[in-house]
Design a binder for this molecule. Structure first.
Ligand code: ADP
Ligand code: MG
Length: 200
């Protein structure tokens, strides 16, 4: 269970609630906001993960990647699907975000065409690059993991079950996950790739 009073390790603190689309007449706890987000994300999960999505449904194009974030967070946040304009502690400089995301889409196309990596490594690399760029104000982790899961599902594998587990800071799996991301930052993708093989 998420403790709504404690900030979550490594996750964006929700001190900026200015983009919140929910009622202005109610003060929401972090837990309530996470629950609204989870309901919103559940729709995207159903759309993309219930059955293998086609290339047309999930093209891994630039516009689609932004749309996916909007589909996951658009009921709750004004800035859903919009590139961030602010600097964050994680991620590249805000002015580079659009260009780097486009580059990632081009790289995915290249990797697929040239069969550079197997499905698990490709999913891991999409995940890692997406979260490294950190295109949005928040929700980058959940969006990146969703991207990886959609990629796996599109390529005859079941999605990884991380959505629920990775928010709580007490969860030992979370530190393992952050460690795997940090290793990938240094070019060692082994641990992150292994995590993409643990499916339902
Ligand atoms: N050093 C790090 N500490 C915490 N999270 C990290 C770190 N490096 C990368 N991340 C990624 O950033 C995500 C948190 O970004 P955030 O935009 O708050 O996403 P979300 O709101 O979905 O959790 C983590 O889930 C993880 O994928
Ligand atoms: Mg966050």
């Amino acid at each position: 269970m998420i403790d709504s009073t404690k900030p979550i390790d490594g996750a964006t603190p929700l001190d900026d609630i200015s983009g919140l689309k929910l009622s202005k007449y109610k003060v929401y706890t972090l837990k309530e906001i996470y629950e609204k987000e989870a309901q919103n994300i559940a729709n995207a999960t159903l759309k993309y993960l219930a059955a293998p999505p086609s290339k047309k449904e999930a093209p891994f194009s630039y516009v689609w990647m932004l749309d996916l974030h909007e589909e996951m967070f658009g009921d709750v946040w004004e800035w859903a699907g919009k590139l961030r304009k602010v600097e964050l502690s994680i991620g590249i400089k805000a002015y580079l975000v659009g260009m780097e995301l486009k580059k990632l889409c081009d790289d995915i196309e290249y990797w697929e065409k040239h069969k550079t990596y197997d499905v698990f490594e490709l999913a891991a690399r999409i995940h890692h690059r997406a979260v490294q760029i950190h295109p949005f104000q928040n929700g980058n982790g959940r969006w990146s993991r969703m991207l990886a899961n959609i990629y796996l599902r599109q390529h005859a594998h079941m999605p990884v079950r991380w959505q629920e587990d990775l928010l709580a800071s007490e969860n030992p799996k979370r530190s393992e996950y952050i460690e795997a991301l940090k290793k990938a930052d240094n070019g060692d993708f082994k641990a992150l790739i292994e995590m993409h093989k643990v499916t339902y």
